[in-house]
Design a protein around this ligand. Structure first.
Ligand code: URA
Length: 223
C-alpha cells in the first residue's frame, strides 16, 4: 500500500467514536452519533484543499480584510447510498454552499461488484476545474463502488486531485484498487484495517455499516 495519498486522521475523539462503532453491543442511535462525529472530522480535513479568497467585511468595530472559502468554486458532496448518507447532515452544516449529489449503488453479494440504481449527477459539470468533490462512504471495502463513483466525476473532467474519498474505515484492498487507477486520489479515513473476509466485509471492521446505522441488522439476520 502506497501511503502517499492516504490520510489517516488520528485523534482521541476519533478513537473513542471508533470503539463505539466497532463494538457489536452499541445500539443504532449511539452508532449514528459516533459515525457523525467522525464524519465531521473527516470533512474538516477534506476541506483543507478548498481555495481561499480575501474579502472585506465590517465588524461592529471596523472594516477588515478576511479570508473565506472562494465564491468561485463548486463543492459537491456525493454520498454513496445508503450508508454514505451519514456524512450529509454534517457536510451541509460545515459547507452550506455545497450541493449534495446522491449516488445509488448496491453491492451484488455474489460478485461484490456495484450495481447502479440512482445517479443524481448532471450530464455536464460547469467549471469542472473549480469543482471539488467529496465522495462519502463509511466503509471502503473492495473499493468497487468508490472506483465507479470516482470514474463518474473524472469523466466529467474534474481533476482527480479535486476529488476525495471520505471513509471511516478503509481496507488495504480498496485503497490499492483506487490507487491503481487513480494514484492522485486522496483517501481520508479514520482507520485502515487488516483485510477483507471472503464475504467482502472489513476485518475487524464494524459489520454492515448501513444495517447498524438504520437498525436493520435483525431483518438481515432473518432472511
Ligand atoms: N460494507 C460494510 O458496511 N461493511 C463492510 O465491512 C464492508 C462493506
Amino acid at each position: 500500500m502506497d501511503a502517499s495519498n492516504i490520510r489517516i486522521i488520528e485523534n482521541p475523539v476519533i478513537c473513542q467514536s471508533l470503539v463505539l462503532l466497532r463494538d457489536k453491543a452499541t445500539d443504532s442511535q449511539s452508532f449514528r452519533l459516533a459515525a457523525r462525529k467522525i464524519s465531521r472530522i473527516l470533512l474538516y480535513e477534506a476541506s483543507k484543499n478548498l481555495p481561499l479568497a480575501v474579502k472585506e467585511i465590517e465588524t461592529p468595530i471596523t472594516k477588515c480584510r478576511v479570508k473565506d472559502i472562494s465564491d468561485d468554486i463548486n463543492i459537491i458532496i456525493s454520498p454513496i447510498l445508503r450508508a454514505g448518507l451519514i456524512f450529509t447532515d454534517e457536510a451541509i452544516d460545515i459547507l452550506p454552499n455545497a450541493c449534495i449529489r446522491h449516488i445509488g449503488m448496491f453491492r451484488d453479494e455474489q460478485t461484490l461488484k456495484p450495481v447502479w440504481y440512482y445517479n443524481k449527477l448532471p450530464a455536464e459539470i460547469d467549471n469542472p476545474f473549480s469543482t471539488y468533490v467529496y465522495i462519502t462512504d463509511p466503509m471502503l471495502a473492495t473499493g468497487n463502488s468508490m472506483l465507479e463513483a470516482v470514474r463518474l466525476y473524472a469523466e466529467k473532467n474534474i481533476p482527480v486531485k479535486n476529488i476525495k474519498s471520505l471513509n471511516i474505515i478503509a481496507a488495504p484492498e480498496g485503497i490499492n484498487l483506487l490507487h491503481r487507477e487513480f494514484p492522485e486520489l486522496e483517501i481520508i479515513t479514520a482507520a485502515v484495517d487488516e483485510r477483507l473476509n471472503d464475504k467482502g466485509y472489513i476485518v475487524p471492521g464494524l459489520g454492515d455499516a448501513g444495517d447498524r446505522m438504520y437498525n436493520t441488522v435483525a431483518e438481515q439476520i432473518k432472511v
